[in-house]
Ligand binder design. Sequence first.
Ligand SMILES: [Cu+2]
Length: 155
Amino acid sequence: MKVLKIFLAIALFVFNAGIKAETIDAGKPADIVVYRSPACNCCEKWLEHLKTNNFNVKDIVSNDIQAIKNKHGVPQAIASCHTALVNGYVIEGHVPANDIMKLLKTKPKITGIAVPGMPSGTPGMEMGGQKDAYNVMSFDKENHYEVFNSYEGTQ
Ligand SMILES: [Cu+2]
């Protein structure tokens, strides 16, 4: 019995060490600048989602979000409520933190990624258990779109 306890203690230690190493690998928290309009509630919830996932969030409230979208090359076709900038990439809408991390790791030659519109069940758009199926789309300056990641809905 004692041997089992010691074994479990070691296993737990190794497991924790593994988690720690992964955190270090991910580097320091990425700085992300988020532009949103003052009345945007779901934008604030998305900000909280980013903070929970270790992003360093700079929250910029603006009354002309469209001007920011135009400036950073966000196509109308994939537009959403808020626009964010991280490491030279544009993040449009309720993109899950995991996809942003994947973007920062893989560094594809694109302008950014977006969740067009505001699907239910995306981070910041929680509607009880209701989840829409949705895609995270990549986009560039030449209006090329590709599916970056897909999420299943609950219907
Ligand atoms: Cu929103």
